[in-house]
Design a protein around this ligand. Structure first.
Ligand code: SF4
Length: 228
């Protein structure tokens, strides 16, 4: 599988915020969000082709109990199946970060699903072909239901404007299986200033609606720096 980077850091989002983790970033994505903060794993995929054994070896060198398989979209790669089995055999905790549009029968302790909303679509003029593909692919209810059925899940939504919050509520009405305690709303942005400004209206909205506010702590801790 093509891998953009493997490194040790601290999880900054969701229920495992603050947990030291090894991140394996698969390079390649079936979507093209305009705000993608890892374009080197989506718009312009970089990295080297590594075997499952090589990825497992690099994870072991970093010696960490928690492993996050992220992207890009890791569920694009069938090698994820033996990779997850290998990580599980070594007794480590596995989180898979996915947009929830693709299914693979992997072993995982936590599916961290970030459904892509209307606000994610790339510019229809500048990226007409990707705009169409993105809009056709970003929502897969049958995949979401299967992931909910088979895995421990959390849901993270990227919020750019207050209007986006209504779409989250509609989503939760559509998928009544989702427990609100597993839902995190994250302000869109890659600077502490952007996160702080959007947090001023998003945090109280989350409190009023009984959902978690998730300020993407990695931006606060490390800045918008690759490999953190
Ligand atoms: S789904 Fe994730 S990796 Fe893919 S383009 Fe969107 S934000 Fe980037």
């Amino acid at each position: 599988m093509r891998v953009a980077e493997i490194y040790k850091s601290i999880q900054g989002e969701g229920r495992l915020t603050g947990t030291e983790s090894v991140l394996v970033r698969a390079s390649g994505c079936n979507l093209r969000c305009w705000f993608c903060d890892t374009p080197f794993a989506s718009w312009h995929p970089e990295g080297e082709d590594l075997s499952v054994a090589e990825v497992l070896g690099r994870i072991e060198l970093l010696n960490c109990q928690h492993v996050i398989l992220t992207g890009g979209e890791p569920m694009l790669f069938a090698e994820l199946i033996p990779l997850c089995e290998g990580i599980r055999q070594r007794g480590r905790h596995i989180t898979i970060e996915t947009a929830g549009t693709l299914y693979l029968p992997v072993v995982s302790d936590l599916m961290s699903i970030s459904p892509k909303m209307k606000n994610s679509a790339p510019d229809p003029k500048e990226h007409a072909r990707w705009h169409q593909r993105h809009e056709q692919s970003r929502k897969s209810p049958e995949v979401i239901r299967r992931l909910i059925d088979e895995y421990e899940c959390q849901f993270k939504f990227v919020i750019d404007h207050l209007d986006d919050c209504g779409e989250v509520l509609a989503y939760l009405d559509e998928f009544l299986e989702i427990n609100r305690d597993d839902v995190y709303l994250m302000p869109q942005g890659t600077t502490l200033e952007e996160i702080t400004i959007k947090g001023e209206w998003l945090e109280p909205w989350c409190a009023e609606n009984d959902l978690h506010y998730c300020p993407r702590r990695q931006i606060e801790w490390f800045g918008f720096v690759r490999g953190t």
